[in-house]
Design a protein around this ligand. Sequence first.
Ligand code: HEM
Length: 456
Amino acid sequence: MKSLTWNDLPAHPDRWWGLPVLAAMRRDYLAVIAAQRPLGDLVCQRILGERGVDVFDPELLRVVMVDHADALIRWQRGPEVFAELMGQSVLVTEGATWQRQRRMLMQAFTPKRVAGYAALMTEAATAGLAGVQDGEVAMDVLFSHLTMDVISRTLFSTPIGGDTAAAAQAVQVLSETALAEMFWPFTLPDWLPLPGKAAKRRAQRLMHGLLGGHVAARRASGEARADLLGMLMALRDETTGEALSPREVYDQCMVSFQAGHETSATALLWWSWLMAAHPEAQARARDEVDAVLAGRAPGADDLAALPYLGATLKEAMRLYPPVAAVMTRRLTREITLGGVRLPARTLVRVTPWLLHRDPRWWPDAPLGFKPERFLPGPDGKLRDEIPRGAYIPFGLGPRVCLGQHFAVLEMTLIAALVLQRFELAPTSTDAPKPRMAVTLRPEAGLTLRLTSRTRS
Ligand code: HEM
């Protein structure tokens, strides 16, 4: 049988070298990828002479992302854009440098190590929630500030310092410009008097000033602390005994700060909306929290006793994966995928947003909020079988999220603290419209009505 090639794959007709597609991606990336899905599970698209393939089948996805991981690098635009802010961190490096950084950093993000940050996380969230008044609350602002404080305290043992609102605003500006620049073939120099460039420069200066100040102060004091920065400075490569260079320590701080708070804030944001919109699920999660914690602060050891709360968070990340599209990959050599030969340089696109909502992998209410699907039955197995590779909020393969244990712990602690203190109700019956910045945010923000439980 003749093997199939890239040219045999289904595709929409090419027009104007794909320029209209590029423009449409800038407006609404997910809509462009969603329009590919009806054509098949392996669908191609040509843009400016580049061949791209969308993979919509979980099994094929595993073949390419796990079995052929050694044939993948990231499409250069993602790393180019992210490296501008986060330098040569583990998020963007490749090959031997990435392997070394990943190997070393993993030591700081194991479940055991991460559990050691629980007290700092609870402290930050408790302080943040203490200032929240009953009434209509801008949840996007609340969670951005809370998670920023959590990552700052876990990194440096202190709150971010300076103006949290200004830092949150800077992160937002940088996310917006990163996404806009992603769909240009190259980044125009920042000194050009173009719209958005001045705001980007200001935001970058603010972030470098804040984080750089903390790192410099620690180096100057020579103090050894049990926080993430202390851990990064103490890391040694198991094989060579080498430490991370000062520049690498700084870049990893920046990446932890950036990758580590906006994603968790986004997940919590959608979770809070779903809790408000589903009062019965909210009540069940709250009852669980009350029964397990009896009013005390949660810790890392409580997670196993809060399965329903955990399931509500998982289901929120299914319906609204914070990283709705992972960074596009490029093949470094030819591979065969589902019987189709894909040549070197082909781009591979992976979109959790579509996998997580596909009725083939989620036959029971694919668009409904059903946390029970993530609850194990009496035999320890999930009630609904989820195909491997169909649920990937943290990505898959060797470049799976480095901070996933951190994120799950942080989100569960914050969610428990919120439910202990407040009842959440919607201010509008319309579900917020998702929009992909770097993470998937509600287009018009999110306001909920919070009522303090002690006063009710
Ligand atoms: C709900 C929260 C989070 C979500 C949904 C999430 C999601 C992801 C995803 C999907 C990837 C893979 C991207 C790709 O393959 O292109 C990733 C990578 C990464 N994440 Fe997370 N993340 C979260 C929280 C965190 C936290 C808290 C940290 C650190 C403190 C973190 C650090 C990283 C790093 C360093 C990478 C790059 C790993 C590598 O390339 O080797 N993330 N994350």
